[in-house]
Structures are given as structure tokens and as C-alpha cells.
Write a protein of this length. Sequence first.
Length: 110
Amino acid sequence: MQIAIKAILSVAIILTATAIGKRFPSAAGLIGVMPLTGALVLVWMYVENKGNAEIMQNFAKGALWGIVPSILFFLVALLCFKKQMPLAIVLVSSFGIWTAAAVVHQWILK
């Protein structure tokens, strides 16, 4: 049942952002990166780990520093779109930089 609730909430957020994006693309961008996703994960982790303080602290620290790879993802996407690159190139480039930054993120936080 928990998996179904998680999936429904996630899909609802994505569909809402997409619908809003048709008229207000920058607002959809804000919704797409808002802390709502992090808050949902925070709640599920809290419930599944019975509020274990160490796990919750590590999650919060990982999320805080995880902002850097996300910023790099969107920075590369913006630069690629400004150069009018195809979506496939934008996604490969953006995920490439995100992956590299995520590896560094995990290495630093170990």
C-alpha cells in the first residue's frame, strides 16, 4: 500500500508540473525542483527507519550537498538549450555532469 501511495503522489507532482508548464514554464521548473520531493522522501525515510536520528541526519546532509549536482544538471541544460542543441544531447550532457558530480558527492560524504 505504501508503494502505491508513493507512486500516486510522485505521478501527481509530475503531472501537475507538466500541466502548469504548458502556460508557465518557469513555474513548472520551480515545482520540479521544490523541496516537496525531498519532504516526501524525508517522511517515508522517517517512517521506514522509525525516526532514526543518524539516518535522518545523513539524509539531510546528503540532500543539502546534493543540491550542487542538481544545479550543475540544470546549468548544463540551460547552456545546451541556449546553443539550441537537440533534447537528446541536452539530457546526455546534463546527466553526464550530474553523474560526475554525484560520484564526487558520494566520495566526499563517505
